[in-house]
Design a protein around this ligand. Structure first.
Ligand SMILES: C[S@@+](CC[C@H](N)C(=O)[O-])C[C@H]1O[C@@H](n2cnc3c(N)ncnc32)[C@H](O)[C@@H]1O
Length: 340
């Protein structure tokens, strides 16, 4: 791929999905786009970027953005966050919502469904306590392919082995034709919708809990600020925002404060801030580059090694570090990371 083609692609992706392409991922992006070239009968990346520049090519733009997006997800990702939800946040919300007996949860950027289905299983486990309650789970993603898979609820042996306790596999899955499928009663608990985080979300109403995990790591600081502002506008005043284990609002938003004593990634609205959900917010564009790396010390050789590892898996360094942070304090420091 020529540099000017990469730049054109970078602009399209930034505008369409918010993804920030890094130069060191050119080879991976090239490989990910091969099926798109084939599907649209284009002969080269040059043809593809030329086609992308033409007006009215939304379908191609969508396919390119989907092909390049990282869909990595697994059941009960960052397990402590799910325990915190079932042990602390949901009981607390049930006390506060006793008059309406209604709780609304939004999984923004739900990928292939493992995250909302983990929630649905968790709620099924709490069904005695939740008898007479309505708990909505709205799950959205901009990727139509990811949503198709999510709606089918069909997973390979490898996918169910990642993070899913055996007891849950037995209780909540069936195996009709070689693949594992979530049982209909769990699938029915989740409503899937196509939604791009770059677009307005006011129509969804307000939520008690919003999960927006492991997607903003692919956005630049200004876009994170904009998306966080929108999410603040969709949260009930006493609701919770859950980010990925290594993600933070610090440096990108003044709407949120970290919930004390939570495992990681749980925020609530700062009562002192105004949450209109409009505009990018006062911190838009203000970078705090070490926000995600605050507790990690890296030497140059380690950075080089990690970047090579991240490249090999089509991830950014931030995404790789997020995985490391998620694996917990007992996972390292085999890859050269030292916790500070
Ligand atoms: C790494 S996955 C994270 C999935 C899940 N939240 C988790 O933590 O396991 C990131 C997801 O974000 C989605 N995504 C990327 N950009 C998006 C955007 N602008 N709007 C909505 N979804 C987006 C991708 O399609 C992908 O499914």
């Amino acid at each position: 791929m020529m540099m000017h083609e990469f730049e054109a692609l970078r602009r399209v992706l930034r505008d369409y999905s918010g993804a920030e392409l890094k130069e060191n991922t050119i080879a991976i992006v090239d490989a990910k786009l091969a099926p798109v070239l084939k599907a649209f009968r284009l002969l080269s990346i040059g043809d593809l970027t030329a086609a992308l520049m033409r007006p009215g090519n939304d379908c191609l733009r969508q396919c390119v953005a989907e092909a390049v997006a990282v869909n990595e997800s697994y059941f009960f990702r960052n397990r402590e966050c799910f325990s915190y939800l079932s042990d602390v946040l949901l009981p607390r919300l049930m006390e506060r919502r006793a008059h309406t007996r209604r709780i609304r949860i939004w999984c923004a950027a739900c990928s292939t469904g493992q995250e909302p289905y983990s929630l649905a299983m968790l709620l099924a486990d709490m069904s005695a306590a939740l008898d007479g309650w309505t708990v909505e789970i709205l799950a959205t993603d901009f990727s139509q392919a990811a949503l198709r898979k999510a709606r089918d609820g069909l997973y390979t042996q490898f996918e169910v082995q990642r993070g899913l306790p055996a007891a849950k596999l037995i209780e909540y899955f069936e195996k009709p034709d070689g693949a594992w499928q979530i049982k209909p009663e769990i699938r029915r608990r989740v409503v899937f919708r196509e939604h791009n985080l770059l677009e307005d979300c006011a129509g969804f109403g307000r939520f008690d809990v919003i999960l927006c995990r492991n997607v903003m790591i692919y956005f630049d600081a200004a876009l994170r600020a904009t998306v966080l502002k929108r999410l603040a506008g969709r949260l009930e005043p006493d609701g919770y925002l859950i980010l990925g284990a290594a993600e933070t609002t610090t440096g990108f938003s003044r709407d949120f404060v970290r919930v004390p004593d939570n495992p990681s990634g749980v925020f609530c609205l700062d009562p002192g801030a105004a949450h209109t959900g409009e505009g990018p917010g006062p911190w838009a564009g203000r970078k705090e580059p070490m926000a995600q790396l605050r507790s990690v010390e890296l030497d140059r050789a380690t950075v080089d090694r990690l970047e090579a590892k991240a490249r090999a898996r089509g991830l950014t360094l931030a995404a790789l570090l997020a995985e490391f942070a998620e694996a917990g304090p007992h996972a390292g420091p085999s890859n050269g990371l030292k916790r500070g």
